[in-house]
Design a protein around this ligand. Sequence first.
Ligand SMILES: [Zn+2]
Length: 196
Amino acid sequence: MLTSGAWLCRVCWKPNRPQDTTCYKCKSPRGLTPDEAAEAVKAIDARKAIPEPVPDWVLALPVTIFRSYGKVWVRGGFGLLAVLALEVFAAVTDIDWYVVTVGFAVGLMVAGFLAAEVSEGMRNRETWSFVVGIALSAVAVIGSVTAFSIFAPDLVNPNAIRWGSVVVFGGAGVAAGIGLFLVLTRRDGRGPDPDA
Ligand SMILES: [Zn+2]
């Protein structure tokens, strides 16, 4: 079904729309000579021989998890600063409370920004981002257990908090771990990512 002006890709023989300058299917430029087309076919075959990069859907989970952690943590940090203001208005005299509150607020915001960076890095399949993501999950488990025991010691069953934190943040760590494993194994013997 070639409409007027449509062109055939010389590499993969798919029809393309007249306004396109590269093939929609294989990204070869329009108007290749037969020699150039043969070269391109060879290059595509060579690329098929190396393992596929980790597909996007595998990374979608850790990327989404860490992106939302990033948002929630930064907001949580600002929320804690509001708590700090309340403490000032309530004339809390115990300086330890200010230190603890500020410490957690800053910690949350730093972790939040880091999580956002990690999410971006994971999307680009950068190894460091998965390692940092796993470390961040471990810190998050400890931080969340500590925060609840300091700020809301009687609010909820401490065991529920502990297990909840392990499941929620541990799950993120597992997702990051799976991503790390895949990125490392799929990259074996490949050298730098040709698509990067
Ligand atoms: Zn093509």
